[in-house]
Design a protein around this ligand. Structure first.
Ligand code: PAF
Length: 279
């Protein structure tokens, strides 16, 4: 497995792969890899001949009051997992290599990124789009895989790819859940045993809403109200619970099966979790 820290080395390697006729798949990550990331790598391997995993805790998507410094870093274990998954190259740059001190160019999606998590984290998606655009330029992938867990992120990246004509297929891989339903996340390690138990109210209330939709319910406000009541009763106060169009993220009054999603973010003290379900 190749390990590159230099952007130029990654780029040269990717261009050589393409010259050899190989399809390149990219899985952008911030490390601390878990089963969710491994499912993205496996998905990329199904669509590409060689897979690049980037591991970079991107400073520009964290606000000063967020957990950039404390974000878990588990590099040795991440490399072991990538090797075991048959990853061809890992890109492990430093912030200094990714951002010149006088960097002054941003990539910003201005519509889908403004609500939901973007309302709570105003600079977040600008940082995500900028670093993902840079990774796309460096790795020149044919395919890139992102997790459905960050539903808004995938929608924003798809819009950026469409608007800026990146010749890259974006794949949204399904959420990987713990056996009891909790969506896998690197930040789950911050949960106390009690918060871990009550956090199940998120995935359970979403699953119950989906069952209602499968049984014929179409009233978005009713579904949202039920989810709010259930998570709040468990101590998880919603930032937002919204039935939305799965492509545009525009809120819906009436569920459109096959084209809708329920997006959810809840807080419990300083903890914040997101989850979603396609309807
Ligand atoms: O989803 C993430 O881990 C990050 O937002 C990403 C896509 C790797 C960009 O830093």
């Amino acid at each position: 497995m190749n390990i590159f820290t230099s952007p130029e080395e990654l780029h040269a390697w990717s261009i050589e792969q393409k010259r050899l006729g190989r399809l390149v798949g990219l899985v952008p990550t911030m490390g601390c890899l878990h089963e969710g990331h491994l499912s993205l790598i496996r998905e990329a391997r199904r669509h590409a001949d060689v897979v690049v995993v980037s591991i970079f805790v991107n400073p520009t998507q964290f606000a000063p009051n967020e957990d950039y410094a404390a974000y878990p870093r588990t590099e040795a274990e991440d490399l072991r997992l990538c090797e075991a998954e048959g990853v061809a190259a890992v890109f492990l740059p430093t912030p200094e290599l990714m951002y010149p001190p006088d960097a002054s160019t941003w990539v910003e999606e201005t519509r889908l990124s403004k609500g939901y998590c973007g309302a709570q984290r105003p600079i977040h998606f600008r940082g995500v789009c900028t670093v993902v655009a840079k990774l796309f330029n460096l790795a020149a992938p044919d395919v890139a895989v992102f997790g459905q867990k960050d539903f808004q992120q995938v929608a924003v990246i798809r819009r950026m790819v469409r608007d800026l004509n990146f010749p890259i297929q974006i794949i949204r891989a399904p959420i990987v859940r713990e056996p009891d339903g909790l969506a896998r996340s690197s930040r789950n390690r911050y949960l106390s045993p009690e918060a871990r138990a009550t956090a199940l109210s998120l995935s359970r209330s979403l699953a119950e809403a989906k069952a209602e939709v499968d049984a014929g319910e179409r009233d978005a406000a009713k579904l949202e109200g039920e989810i709010r009541a259930k998570t709040s009763a468990a101590g998880w106060i919603p930032d937002y619970v919204t039935v939305a169009d799965a492509d545009t993220l525009v809120p819906l009054q009436t569920v459109r099966p096959g084209a809708s999603v329920i997006l959810l973010a809840c807080r419990n003290g300083t903890l914040r979790l997101i989850d979603n379900v396609l309807l």
